[in-house]
Ligand binder design. Structure first.
Ligand SMILES: Cc1cc2nc3c(=O)[nH]c(=O)nc-3n(C[C@H](O)[C@H](O)[C@H](O)COP(=O)(O)OP(=O)(O)OC[C@H]3O[C@@H](n4cnc5c(N)ncnc54)[C@H](O)[C@@H]3O)c2cc1C
Length: 566
């Protein structure tokens, strides 16, 4: 590592150089960094490696189900139990239910890709925090509280040479405050982007280097999740399964998604609802759907007497194999959710992300061994490794899955059944999305839906908490006096057009109450009010805004949720 100064307009911007830089402290980057350090050591390579994470600590922004398939973990850390891997519970049985408005029906067979017996139920936040400590122990320079704000390119304007982190101490009015700290230019021979779904740097690279060219449109889902403390005697004390999945109510068959409840230790459960973002009803409110799910008599019975102790939300990228970007560019690699590395039928992306990071690490070591060739061609060895791995087999098997389940009505079951019998090929290989979901904006006009969709909810503040209490329980914090990290490009569009056409859907798709419609008591004038400090960093707004009018950017490093058990 070496440090030197460079003058900018009004301050000195520090530069630090590493051999390899990982952006994002999720399972993809951390598994990659650990594998890289171990491989480098075994090959006698002395590498300086850094990892930056926008959360205040490793794990603070990590939220998942989560059932972990330990296949990649076993390769990475064979004795992970002895090394203190924080496993909540082992899965002892799976249960799969179809929910109607008031009833539940157990599906007589659990699809093979949802057989989780023997897998581990974890808190992703705790798990990555543990991986972070292992990475540090192996010599990785881990920098939490640093958001990658800009991709740095070489003189040819296409070779990635590192990342600039965000400035700190900038006021709302864009002026430097007394505590101003300029962002740092972290330079590296290779930069790995592991930002998870809808990475802001990935978007910037995509616009410049067209890494998604020719690929099918990406598919996103948003999950809202809680950890609930149950009384000592509860459903799981003597239940068959501790890994429960549901479909049907409250979403019905035209919006894809479903629910999950996993048993954790100390009488806690992880409960969540995942909703496909290709939905068309502008009045659909993700948070209300989540609460309806919890109020279903069957779910309510499982969690009765409980108290919500953590809540949060995050998007998932489920498009699969045909939506994967180019995996390498000159000086850069894409891993994990950023690169669509998820087994969609199993709704599992942790082990696939970890394996992608590990394969990328192997390609990097090869590039160093080749005397330091970090061109796209050389780093593209990662793609070859991917094609010959179990990871490719898994992701390829689910290549048409999300496209099939996002079809409306019963036809989805025909497609899923056909895929099940043909190893993923199904009736159409390269299954297209519904015409409506292909466009940026699948929402229909609000007047075609203007019905009261939700009854007024009674929140008890314990087991049923409102959005703002949920934000409080996510421990989200942002420094108030900073430029708004949510860019609404044309605010007039919101009231002039979006309100009339879609009824301001941002007030409903954001699970954090960031977007609020205010009406002036006297003039009756409407205005969109933003509460960026509530932002859960789920990035749903960046994806679901019907006009593409909202861009999510990283706020000051260290801000955002403070998950500890999600
Ligand atoms: C509700 C829900 C349930 C799920 N259930 C399961 C499950 O049961 N099993 C399973 O295997 N998978 C599950 N998944 C999917 C799984 O969580 C993801 O596939 C996986 O976490 C992706 O790993 P990643 O490392 O690519 O990205 P992430 O886990 O998203 O990590 C990315 C990290 O990068 C940081 N970051 C992003 N941008 C920047 C930047 N510019 N600068 C610095 N840091 C940055 C983020 O703060 C974050 O910490 C679920 C996901 C959700 C949302």
């Amino acid at each position: 590592m070496s440090g030197l100064g460079r003058e900018t307009m009004n301050n000195i911007r520090e530069q630090i150089e590493f051999d390899v830089l990982f952006v994002g402290g999720g399972p993809a980057s951390l598994a990659g960094a650990i594998h890289l350090m171990k491989l480098a050591k075994s090959r006698g390579l002395d590498l300086e490696v850094a990892l930056i994470e926008k959360g205040a600590n490793i794990g603070a922004h990590e939220l998942s189900g989560a059932v972990l398939n330990p296949i990649a973990l076993k390769e990475l850390i064979p004795n992970y139990r002895e090394e203190g891997c924080p496993v909540e519970r082992d899965v002892r049985g799976d249960e799969f239910y179809f929910l109607t408005g008031t009833r539940h029906h157990e599906v007589p067979f659990v699809p093979k890709y949802m057989h989780n017996e023997g897998f581990h139920i974890i808190s992703l936040s705790k798990f990555v925090s543990w991986l972070g400590r292992i990475a540090e122990g192996l010599g990785v320079n881990v920098f939490p509280g640093f958001a990658g704000k800009e991709v740095l390119y070489g003189e040819d304007d296409r070779t990635v040479i590192g990342v600039r982190t965000g400035d700190k101490g900038v006021g709302k009015d864009n002026t430097s405050k007394a505590n101003f700290e300029a962002g740092i230019d972290i330079l590296a021979k290779v930069t790995l982007f592991g930002e998870g779904p809808r990475g802001s740097l990935l978007q910037a690279i995509s616009n410049k280097l067209h890494i998604f060219e020719g690929k099918m449109p990406q598919v996103f889902e948003t999950g809202i999740k809680e950890v609930i403390q149950l009384p000592e005697t509860n459903y799981f004390s003597d239940s068959r399964g501790n890994d429960i999945h549901t479909f049907g109510y409250p979403l019905g068959l035209n919006t894809h998604g479903g629910g999950f409840i996993y048993e954790m230790k100390e009488n806690r459960v992880s409960l969540g609802l995942v909703v496909g973002l290709s939905y068309q009803d502008p009045l659909l409110d993700l948070y209300e759907e989540f609460i309806r799910f919890k109020r279903h008599p069957f779910i309510n019975e499982l969690i009765k007497g409980g108290r919500v102790i953590e809540q949060g939300a995050r998007t998932i990228i489920t498009g699969g194999y045909y939506t994967m970007p180019k995996l390498a560019v000159d000086g850069g690699l894409f891993v994990g959710g950023s690169a669509s590395m998820l087994n969609a039928p199993a709704l599992k992306g942790i082990h696939t992300s970890m394996k992608s990071g590990m394969l990328a690490a192997e390609a990097i070591v090869e590039s160093f061994n080749k005397g330091g060739d970090f061109t796209q061609e050389s780093l593209g060895y990662y793609h070859q490794l991917f094609e010959n791995s179990w990871l490719k087999k898994e992701i390829y098997m689910g290549r048409n899955f999300t496209q099939a389940v996002s079809k409306k009505g019963l036809i989805k079951f025909l497609h899923v059944g056909a895929q099940y019998l043909t190893g993923g090929r199904g009736i159409f290989d390269k299954m297209p999305l519904d015409d409506d979901s292909k466009s940026l904006n699948p929402l229909k006009r609000v007047d075609s839906y203007r019905t009261a969709r939700y009854e007024k909810q009674a929140y008890d503040g314990t087991l049923f908490v409102d959005k703002l209490t949920g934000v409080y329980l996510s421990k989200t914090q942002h420094r108030e006096d900073q430029p708004c990290h949510l860019i609404v490009h044309d605010p007039d569009l919101c009231m002039n057009e979006c309100f009339e056409t879609y009824g301001c859907p941002c007030t409903r798709f954001c699970p954090g109450n960031v977007y609020e419609l205010e009406v002036d008591d006297n003039t009756h004038e409407k205005r969109l009010k933003l509460n960026p400090s509530n932002c859960l960093h789920c990035k749903t707004c960046d994806i679901k805004d019907p006009y593409g009018n909202i861009t999510w950017t990283c706020p000051e490093g260290g801000d955002g949720p403070g998950y500890t058990i999600a």
